[in-house]
Design a protein around this ligand. Structure first.
Ligand code: KIV
Length: 277
């Protein structure tokens, strides 16, 4: 194992040292190698791949086989970062047995080092069983996208006192069940601060403000590649979508005008062979 390897123990150490944790999503080998080279602490193969890679309207159609396929690819490109696989809708709802088997697939087939799953009290028996099977679990509360139909859309969560109390209770319950960290998605930053202060495990925010112990973003969002929607919490660090369109336009133009390929892109036959053809 690389000596600088980021592990679930590093999560705890980072919280104690107040050293913010960086996490990004990846869904393919090439992107994973680049994120690892840049030094990100953790790579999440999120079920957001359903939207940004597969073009679904939400994450509900994503299957276990799709998640395992992409996790395998990301694992081949990840060395230092902690690799986490996201358990898709229905993969942890039917029974405890099925849940542990599916979590195990992420580890055995996908070569992930941990799994993430959405939900609090309603899925606590499943989380306890996965932890008991020696599989590290990252929790996920707030705007959990697999509950989009229950929420009636992608809406900020925990805005009234009852909802905020439920989130605090769920966070403590998850910690008690043994999760090594907790994603907080689209909750008021003041609530995220309270939860972060109450927990010994680190919180990883996405749309949860600056007081979390770390941050996560979807890679296509932060690189400006996904143009269908842009949540308020996304900061665009590059405009690769625009650059890709411009590059492809230039390529089309050069193919059309014969400017590409040039001699430097061509192979030559050995001298004299041409006359024998
Ligand atoms: O699926 C995903 O990418 C996620 C993160 C945004 C936390 O759950």
């Amino acid at each position: 194992m690389a000596s600088d390897k980021f592990t679930i123990q590093s999560f705890r150490t980072a919280k104690v040292a107040r050293r913010p944790i960086s996490m990004l999503t990846a869904y393919d080998y090439t992107t994973a190698t680049l994120l690892d080279e840049a030094g990100v602490d953790s790579v999440l193969v999120g079920d957001s791949l359903g939207m940004v890679m597969l073009g679904y309207d939400n994450t509900l159609r994503v299957t276990m086989d799709e998640m395992i396929h992409h996790t395998k690819a990301v694992a081949r490109g990840t060395r230092r970062a902690l690799l986490i696989g996201d358990m898709p809708f229905l993969s942890f709802h039917i029974s405890v047995e099925e849940t542990v088997r599916n979590a195990g697939r992420f580890i055995q087939e996908g070569r992930a080092e941990a799994v993430k799953l959405e939900g609090g009290a309603a899925v606590i028996d499943k989380i306890r069983a996965i932890v008991k099977a020696q599989i590290p679990v990252l929790g996920h509360l707030g705007l959990t996208p697999q509950s989009v139909n229950v929420f009636g859309g992608f809406k900020v969560q925990g805005k009234d006192i009852d909802a905020a109390r439920r989130l605090v209770d769920d966070a403590l319950l998850l910690q008690d069940a043994g999760v090594f960290g907790l994603v907080l998605e689209a909750v008021p930053d003041t609530l995220a601060r309270v939860i972060t202060q109450k927990l010994q495990i680190p919180t990883i925010g996405i749309g949860a403000g600056p007081h979390c112990d770390g941050q996560v973003l979807v890679i296509q969002d932060m690189l400006g590649m996904f143009r269908k929607m842009k949540p308020k919490f996304v900061k665009t660090y590059a405009h690769l979508g625009d650059e890709m369109v411009a590059a492809v336009k230039k390529y089309i133009e050069e193919v059309g005008s014969g400017q590409f390929p040039q001699a430097e892109h061509c192979f030559q036959m050995e001298g004299g062979l041409l006359s024998k053809l």
